[in-house]
Design a protein around this ligand. Structure first.
Ligand code: ADP
Length: 369
């Protein structure tokens, strides 16, 4: 297995469009890296450059320390799994998995060993004689994975491999890919537009927008400390609430005011905000950190409450989401399914002030989290 190094990688398409701009990333051996971002942000282009399916316009790509910019895809020691996993319909599972090795003219003995090893890892041993038409969607996807594994590449590249599967299978396969990563000890780069998939699979996540890398971090860090408004809004579902607020001061404390509501900023977050006194910033708070009156821990009283009108109630199972208007903005909050609040309820909420994020309105960069 291997590490990769992407140094100032850029891609300008022949029509002049810059699909990827100055992409820098060191990927360690055995990492499970996710590229995530909305459609068109340059994830696939970056992956295809690593694969050698797309020319690199600028920058240096190294696999295991070796510059591979001009190395043919077949000589890069990588295997790619696409969303359209295109198995050969006339071949058995065994032959589908053996195919890339046959192309490479590997000895039959080695092919047999590797196909059986991949089949064992993916629990496909009983299906080796079947044709793809006699397999379920999930089994076909496993065969496609098996074909990649049997080649024993240094690096696996996966481009939305689960997007053609139904929701239930997707969740199952997600767990399988996670196990596979543990078992193979492989370096994997995985592209998805789905932030949930990114959060559950990755050891590190690269968030991209308009061809530009926004933040690279562990899932937990991205969630807790998004570097800008885009990342804060993209990671987390339902998304973080954003409210324009004015920075002020009262009784020696920094405050944030929107409409008739004022929140006192905890001292730990206050210092960076002092320079913004009198200015409008963006206050961010995740739905789970907006606490509805009924949800407040027993014996505690709500301080700095905010009046809200509930406009939408969505039952999710054990939990529900409420969306509502507050003076100076709108908010969403998680509540439990037993909470009596419904559409039309007039409620009080409080923000968990330790969990607020504040962003610069002009640069959109995080000031504090
Ligand atoms: P993603 O995988 O994040 O959805 P892509 O990497 O496929 O995005 O594309 C990044 C951007 O480059 C998009 O705006 C896309 O329209 C553009 N693009 C992709 N392929 C080409 C091409 N061959 N010529 C010009 N522009 C392209």
């Amino acid at each position: 297995m291997a590490g990769l190094s992407l140094e100032h990688i850029g891609k300008t398409y022949p029509n002049g469009y810059e699909g990827v701009k100055d992409f820098n990333l060191e990927i360690a051996d055995k990492e499970f890296i996710i590229f995530v971002g909305p459609s068109g942000c340059g994830k696939s282009t970056t992956l295809r450059m690593v694969a050698g399916l797309e020319d690199i316009t600028s920058g240096t790509l190294k696999i295991d320390g070796r510059v591979v910019n001009d190395v043919e895809p077949k000589d890069r020691d990588i295997a790619m799994v696409f969303q359209n996993y295109a198995l050969y319909p006339h071949m058995t599972v065994y032959e589908n998995m053996a195919f890339p090795m046959r192309l490479r003219k590997a000895p039959q003995e080695e092919i047999d060993k590797m196909v059986h090893e991949a089949a064992r890892i993916l629990d496909l041993e009983k299906l080796l004689d079947r044709k793809p038409s006699a397999l379920s969607g999930g089994q076909r996807q496993r065969v496609a994975m098996g074909r990649a594994i049997a080649r024993q590449p240094k690096v696996f590249l996966m481009d939305e491999p689960l997007s053609n599967l139904d929701a239930k299978l997707r969740v199952q396969m997600r767990a399988e890919i996670s196990k596979l990563h543990d078992r193979l000890g492989a370096t994997i780069i995985y592209v998805t537009h789905d932030q949930t998939e990114a959060m559950t699979l990755g050891t590190r996540i690269v968030v991209m927008k308009d061809g530009v890398m926004q933040q690279v971090d562990t899932p937990a860090k991205l969630y807790a400390e998004p570097c800008n408004l885009f990342v804060a809004g993209f990671i987390g579902s339902p998304q973080m609430n954003f409210i324009d607020a004015t920075v002020g001061e009262a009784a020696g404390k920094v405050t944030l005011t929107f409409g008739k509501n004022t929140i006192t900023v905890p001292d730990s977050k206050a210092a960076a905000l002092k320079a913004y006194k009198g200015k409008v910033v963006v206050l961010g708070i995740r739905p789970e950190d907006v606490i509805e009156e009924h949800e407040y821990a027993e014996g505690k009283t709500l301080t700095e409450t905010i009046d809200a009108n509930v406009t939408v109630y969505e039952l999710l199972g054990s939990e529900a989401m409420i969306y509502g208007d507050v003076d100076g903005g709108s908010i969403s909050a998680h509540i439990s399914a037993t909470n009596p609040v419904r559409t039309g309820s007039r409620i009080k909420v409080a923000f968990d002030a330790d969990k607020i994020h504040v962003f610069d309105k002009q640069t959109e960069l995080a000031i504090v989290h």
